[in-house]
Design a protein around this ligand. Structure first.
Ligand SMILES: Cc1cc2nc3c(=O)[nH]c(=O)nc-3n(C[C@H](O)[C@H](O)[C@H](O)COP(=O)(O)OP(=O)(O)OC[C@H]3O[C@@H](n4cnc5c(N)ncnc54)[C@H](O)[C@@H]3O)c2cc1C
Length: 464
């Protein structure tokens, strides 16, 4: 390996490798004898060529915030980890073209800040933005809180540079809005979870930086009013609407009990809440007036019982802190079985009701707290254990619970993974729900691009 990369860029001792092997949810521990940290695309290419020659698997790893065990090699995979952390240069920014070229290892937050310095917005935003890397975001087609306005990562990428499984470098760093010259290869790599090649750099689409923003938390009359409320926001705020998040009382309760500095701005207790945000990129807009009219109309219709409009940035940050803590504080309540599903937006309330009923029947006392991106139909349907149940007994039923929930998702023609991807954790479940022809087409692509099967072995689709 030292012919491909400097010895200093290799980690070989058990203790130093250990942090690269523990995945976010702590469910699995990876196994490898080597982590390499290339600094240039050429070094990535040299490492891949060597691995291809000796049939060694390669697991790309970015910020290591993924939630489906996609970034670690499993025992028996005979794979090394290729970390992109040192491949972290911002190569160029072109404000006039609203584009930026970045290397895969750039931290998402660094990219956002660099764009902001140029009065531009890179709108991808998620809880892990302080540590996830753009290469990982692209490989997982990350979503986040602004999808309703700006789309997934897929919609934010104009070009890619990729090292293929044979070690060739594909320079597709085109900063074009229009390019109809054949198959859109970059889209194949976006969301491929490291199974088709290593993304080394990307052209990102930037937007004008918002000049005015309004954020509110609303207490709903009931779950069913969430949909007309969303449709009303779309009608009265148009594409200024950037986020529309559903929060259940139980999540707010957990966040207040276990979170740091979390405040519920609404007095009293309601079953369901919406955290919403709208923004515009022009000065002296009348966004506030439109937002006030929207809230007034929603009150008049009886869809909301209470609401608080953030008066400044600090207050709006507090609202988002509450939202973030809904995810973080589940751990403190014992075992939590997670789902990251999507159904058509119009089916979200029906899905939640049906799934709640089914899981209660399966495990009486289970505590559902569905939350997340109602505006795009993606709900984190997480289930905390019954209060007096043994944690391990509960977690042992993970697959059984998944099947019940995913069957309901499937009945709505939904997806069992709307954001986090498939990785190793959902690989077999994905196979269960996708049609044979869809799985066959995916396998054909995999074997065409990676005939030796060295790229992230065992992830996304089964080998045989
Ligand atoms: C607190 C928290 C909040 C989160 N919120 C969201 C959210 O709102 N929306 C969302 O979509 N996700 C969310 N996630 C999940 C995670 O942050 C995303 O999946 C993120 O995009 C992963 O980026 P990463 O750099 O950490 O990738 P990693 O975890 O390192 O890798 C993820 C996958 O991508 C592959 N990969 C990584 N880099 C490359 C590369 N350069 N080339 C090819 N393949 C590569 C890996 O092999 C692996 O399969 C959250 C996670 C946490 C911990």
């Amino acid at each position: 390996m030292e012919t491909a990369i400097d010895a200093k860029a290799m980690i070989t001792t058990h203790d130093d490798i250990a942090p690269y092997m523990v995945e976010q949810r702590g469910r699995f521990i990876g196994q490898t004898s080597l982590v390499v940290l290339p600094k240039t695309t050429q070094e990535v290419s040299d490492v891949v060529k060597l691995c291809a020659e000796y049939n060694i698997g390669i697991v790309p790893q970015g910020g290591h915030t993924g939630l489906v065990s996609g970034g670690i090699p499993f025992p028996g995979d005979n794979a090394i980890v290729l970390s992109t952390s040192r491949l972290n240069k911002i190569r160029a920014i072109d404000p006039a073209n609203n584009t930026m070229i970045v290397e895969a290892g750039c931290i998402l937050q660094t990219i956002q800040e660099h764009a902001a310095k140029h009065d531009r917005l890179f709108p991808l935003s998620l809880g892990a933005e302080g540590s996830c890397q753009i290469g990982g975001n692209i490989a997982t087609n990350a979503g986040g809180i602004n999808v309703i306005r700006y789309g997934n990562t897929r919609q934010l990428i104009l070009g890619l540079e990729v090292v293929t499984p044979t070690g060739e470098i594909w320079d597709g760093l085109r900063a074009l809005q229009k390019d109809n010259t054949g198959y859109d290869l970059k889209q194949l790599y976006i969301g491929s979870e490291g199974t088709l090649g290593i993304i080394t750099a990307a052209v990102l689409q930037l937007f004008p930086k918002p000049k005015e923003q309004q954020t509110a938390i609303l207490a709903l009359r009931d779950l069913d009013t969430s949909l007309p409320l969303l449709n009303l926001a779309q009608a009265m705020l148009g594409d200024a609407l950037t986020s529309f998040e559903l929060l259940p009382w139980i999540g707010i309760d957990f966040a207040q009990k276990h979170g740091q500095g979390v405040i519920d701005p609404i007095e009293g207790q309601y079953d369901w809440y919406i955290l919403m945000e709208a923004s515009v990129a022009i000065n002296h807009s009348n966004l506030k007036d439109h937002f006030d009219n929207y809230l007034e109309t929603a009150f008049e219709k009886g869809w909301i019982k209470d609401g608080v409009l953030a008066q400044n940035k600090t207050q709006s940050d507090c609202f988002w802190l509450l939202r973030e803590n809904i995810t973080l504080c589940q751990k403190a309540e014992g075992g939590s079985i997670k789902h990251d599903i999507s159904v058509p937006v119009s089916s979200v309330p029906a899905f939640i009701k049906m799934a709640n009923e089914a899981v209660q029947k399966l495990i009486p006392g289970i505590r559902p707290h569905p939350f997340g991106h109602l505006g795009d139909g993606n709900i984190h349907y997480n289930l905390s254990q019954p209060i007096n149940m043994n944690k391990q007994d509960y977690l042992d039923r993970w697959e059984e619970v998944n099947r019940v929930v995913h069957d309901i998702v499937h009945s709505f023609n939904g997806s069992i993974s709307a954001e986090h991807g498939i990785g190793r954790v959902k690989r077999d479940e994905n196979q269960h729900y996708k049609s044979p022809i869809e799985i066959q087409l995916m396998k054909s692509i995999k074997t065409t691009l990676d005939p030796k099967g060295i790229m992230n072995p065992g992830k996304l689709i089964p080998v045989s």
